[in-house]
Design a binder for this molecule. Structure first.
Ligand code: SF4
Ligand code: FES
Length: 244
């Protein structure tokens, strides 16, 4: 069966000007295509794409905080929530961890979706009131003052730094400690990590811009709690780049 044959009954990809997502790939010369509707548009995409990827390929905006295209989906922030209907069943799902499904109908901006996102952003802003990206997103959903008790955390536990260190750099110099809202991102045993190479990938992916990698007089300091560690100086540019 070809991808075209698999179009769901009642869904006409051509009539709606079907969007062909960047995730549409072929295997063994045959397209593995799933057809679904997102916000009334017919989308054809690879069966391995997530709902978030399919929507973004079609230029449909869904807000995210813990998603990065280079990393495995994590499903931590739930901000990418959408309404998904299929086979007579309807519910809310996190679009970054939900694969596309043949014949599904997805709505990304319903009243209930906006309400859930607003509540999540209200909670996150209460936890991290000074983080710019949260202020901006919360304002988009009408939250300027949190309605929950305000804390002064600077990390909203999206996990991007931890996953980037593990999945991109290939080491696990940082990880989560504690549980739930008490979680923190720290090096093992909250001690300077001998595994850290000071690449700064964690600082680059952090949407909160919370992480800092600094080198002062050849002493590197990472992630606030890592303490100090010696760094190696590049002989060409004179910058300190690697923890010893
Ligand atoms: S430090 Fe930044 S990247 Fe890491 S979990 Fe916290 S907010 Fe996310
Ligand atoms: S982006 Fe989907 S749960 Fe965070």
């Amino acid at each position: 069966m070809t991808g075209a044959d698999r179009t769901a009954p009642g869904v006409d990809p051509i009539a709606d000007g079907a969007a062909l997502g960047a995730h549409l790939v072929t295997r063994g010369g045959r397209a593995t295509v799933v057809t679904l509707k997102i916000d009334g548009r017919t989308i054809r995409t690879d069966e391995e794409a997530s709902v978030l990827e399919a929507a973004r390929d079609a230029g449909i905006h869904i807000p995210t905080l813990c998603h990065h295209p280079a990393l495995d989906p994590f499903g931590a922030c739930r901000l990418c929530i959408v309404e998904l209907e299929r086979g007579g069943r309807k519910g809310h799902v996190a679009s970054c961890v939900t694969p596309v499904q043949e014949g599904a109908v997805v709505r990304t901006n319903t009243r209930s979706v906006r309400l859930i996102r607003r509540t999540l952003l209200d909670l996150l802003l209460a936890r991290c009131p000074d983080i710019e990206i949260l202020q901006e997103l919360a304002a988009e959903y009408g939250v300027t003052e949190p309605s929950y008790p305000v804390e002064d955390e600077i990390c909203f536990l999206c996990g991007l730094c931890v996953r980037a260190c593990r999945e991109i750099v290939g080491i696990e110099a940082i990880g989560f400690t504690e549980r739930g809202a008490e979680s923190k991102v720290v090096p093992p045993f909250s001690q300077p990590s001998s595994r850290c190479i000071g690449c700064g990938t964690c600082t680059t992916v952090c949407p909160a811009r919370t992480l800092e990698l600094s080198a002062v007089d050849s002493v590197g300091s990472m992630h606030g709690e890592s303490g100090d560690s010696r760094t190696v100086k590049c002989r060409v540019c004179d910058e300190h780049y690697m923890n010893r």
